[in-house]
Design a protein around this ligand. Structure first.
Ligand SMILES: Nc1ncnc2c1ncn2[C@@H]1O[C@H](COP(=O)(O)OP(=O)(O)OP(=O)(O)O)[C@@H](O)[C@H]1O
Ligand SMILES: [Mg+2]
Length: 238
């Protein structure tokens, strides 16, 4: 059996006439963690939307556990095991934390049982005291924790986190990275993490891809990333 969880093969992506992604290839093994680094506008979210089938027009092939998902609709990809936490988080503001979590149970992967509320609280103890709070009453850090928890409720094979650390205070970022690392150990879920915060990304993943102007310009583990001192200056510094 193929040990690749996700394979992106020579994908191009377009918004109308705009050609955004150019021949992107990426592999994520079962249960492994991959960081996707790149500046604002590099194409990180477009790649996530391409993997989910939500937005851009995509050519090439995308395979989940060896099966092409190119022609599957967004909700079918979710039911097959992809779970996206988008950059704007999309917490429902006027319903409670608990209701936000229950909502995500609808997208549960075929043949699996969603995490129930007790299982979520066991994994994210800080949500335990917030279950009755409305979405709009949460701090940025609490919202992000809820968004990550909600992403895990459907028991995905691959969790896609789009810049979760953005806008959070350093202490909250630290807490979030510890939380993600703990969850990864426990759940054996694959992780694709778009980030500009290199330190945070390093805490959460084993492998790195850098995207620049819609092209992958580096792939490797963190030690090969560190061995090339120019990468940060060339592709990540603002
Ligand atoms: N709906 C859209 N229609 C047309 N162009 C778009 C659309 N969404 C994004 N783009 C363009 O695609 C390119 C990549 O944007 P994308 O949002 O993927 O970047 P990003 O790496 O996620 O950036 P950020 O770090 O700011 O979130 C940018 O040039 C952007 O202007
Ligand atoms: Mg983005």
């Amino acid at each position: 059996m193929n040990s690749q969880l996700l394979e992106v093969k020579e994908c191009d992506a377009f918004y109308g006439e705009s050609h955004i992604l150019h021949s992107i290839s990426m592999e994520i093994e079962e249960g492994s963690g991959v960081a996707l680094l790149g500046r604002n506008g590099a194409g990180k979210s477009t790649l996530f939307k391409s993997i989910l089938g939500a937005g851009p027009t995509v050519t090439g092939d995308i395979r989940l556990r060896g099966r092409s998902i190119m022609h599957a609709a967004v909700h079918e990809r979710a039911l097959s095991g992809l779970s996206l936490v988008p950059e704007d988080r999309r917490i429902f503001p006027h319903i409670s934390v608990e209701e936000n979590l229950r909502f995500a149970q609808r997208a549960t992967r075929k043949g699996e049982t969603a995490l129930d509320i007790a299982e979520v609280v066991e994994r994210f103890p800080m949500l335990g005291g917030l279950l009755d709070r409305r979405g709009y009453q949460l701090s940025g850090g609490q919202q992000q924790m809820l968004a990550v928890a909600r992403g895990l409720v459907p028991r995905p094979l691959l969790l896609l986190l789009d810049e979760p650390a953005e806008g959070l205070a350093p202490l909250v970022v630290q807490e979030l990275s510890e939380q993600i690392a703990r969850i990864r150990k426990r759940e054996h879920v694959g992780l694709l993490l778009a980030e500009q915060n290199v330190g945070f990304a390093r805490q959460c993943t084993e492998f790195v891809y850098i995207i620049d102007s819609g092209r992958i310009v580096f792939r490797g583990d963190w030690s090969s990333f560190d061995a090339d001192a120019e990468l940060v200056n060339r592709y990540l510094a603002v």
